[in-house]
Design a protein around this ligand. Structure first.
Ligand code: ZN
Length: 143
C-alpha cells in the first residue's frame, strides 16, 4: 500500500485525482504499478487500476493474473471492478471506500456477485485515512 500511496501522490501532483495502484505477483513482488492518468493522458479509461493491470499483464506476458493481488488506494469503480474480473485477479486490497462510485462493496459489489460466479477476496481499510486525506487535500486545493 505504501507504493500505491506513492503512485497516488504522483497523480495528484500532475493534476489528476490522486489514486494509485500496484499489482503483486503470487510471491508478493510488484509486477505492475499505475496511477490515475485520466487528465495527463486524456484517456477516460486510464484509472490507476487499469494502468497497473496493463503493466502487470505486460511484464508477466499474460492477461491472466491468477494468484496476483491488486492493491489500490481507493475502492475500484465499475470499470475497474470489471477489469479485475477480466484479468482473473483473485484478491483485492483497498484503502478508502468510495461510497458514491465504489463497485467492490459499497455502492455495488461486482467482484462478489453470485451471478458472475467469481469471488474475489476483498481486504478493505488498509491505510484508509492516508488515502482519504490525499483525496480531501486534492479537492480542497481545487475549490
Ligand atoms: Zn476505476
Amino acid at each position: 500500500m505504501g507504493e500505491a500511496l506513492a503512485q497516488a501522490r504522483l497523480a495528484g501532483g500532475a493534476g489528476d485525482v490522486p489514486v494509485g495502484a500496484v499489482v503483486l505477483s503470487p510471491s508478493g513482488e510488484v509486477v505492475g504499478a499505475g496511477r490515475n492518468l485520466r487528465e495527463v493522458a486524456g484517456d477516460p479509461s486510464a484509472h490507476a487500476e487499469v494502468v497497473a493491470i496493463r503493466a502487470a499483464a505486460s511484464s508477466l506476458g499474460t492477461w491472466r493474473l491468477d494468484g496476483c493481488t491488486l492493491v489500490v488506494t481507493l475502492e475500484p469503480c465499475l470499470m475497474c471492478a470489471g477489469a479485475i474480473l477480466q484479468s482473473r485477479i483473485p484478491r483485492l486490497v483497498l484503502g478508502a471506500w468510495d461510497p458514491k462510485a465504489g463497485a467492490t462493496g459499497s455502492q455495488w459489489d461486482v467482484v462478489r456477485d453470485a451471478r458472475i460466479g467469481s469471488k474475489v477476496e476483498v481486504v478493505a481499510g488498509v491505510r484508509a485515512a492516508e488515502s482519504a486525506a490525499l483525496l480531501a487535500e486534492f479537492f480542497e486545493a481545487r475549490r
